[in-house]
Design a binder for this molecule. Structure first.
Ligand code: HEM
Length: 107
């Protein structure tokens, strides 16, 4: 059963563009991670300043292996030796779900 891990990023209005630019130049390493199934960056349209970083994984173990490995490299906050970039998000929370049921468009 797949698991969904959503990183909830609180992003002040004036930091939205910075965050989206950072994701636009993200490492792209997660795509090569074992058991990785899907990634989406969701921008809030109204009523909240929270972006959702949606990821889906084949198993909890696959997610944990990514968090202990490639995730660290993907969050290095800028090239080595350069001053770390100021975080665009003012807060983050991780939500965890198990996929009970799913459906896609009929072929
Ligand atoms: C303190 C908490 C975190 C913050 C502030 C944060 C912020 C960011 C930012 C700004 C990027 C864009 C690339 C960069 O600038 O490094 C990124 C990449 C990413 N983040 Fe996070 N993140 C955090 C934790 C997490 C967690 C817990 C997850 C798990 C769902 C996650 C999932 C991802 C994914 C999948 C990418 C793309 C990596 C790639 O392209 O290989 N992040 N994150």
């Amino acid at each position: 059963m797949s698991v969904v891990k959503i990183n909830v990023l609180t992003v002040p209005a004036e930091q939205r563009e910075v965050l989206e630019q950072r994701f636009a130049s993200r490492a792209g390493a997660v795509e090569n991670s074992d058991g990785f199934e899907w990634f989406e960056l969701l921008r809030p349209v109204e009523g909240t300043d929270q972006y959702l970083v949606y990821t889906r994984w084949r198993s909890e173990e696959d997610f944990k292996a990514w968090m202990e490995g490639p995730m660290k490299a993907a969050h290095q906050n800028g090239p080595a030796g350069e001053a770390p970039k100021r975080p665009a998000a003012s807060g983050s929370t991780l939500w965890s779900f198990e996929v009970v049921q799913s459906a896609g468009p009929k072929a």
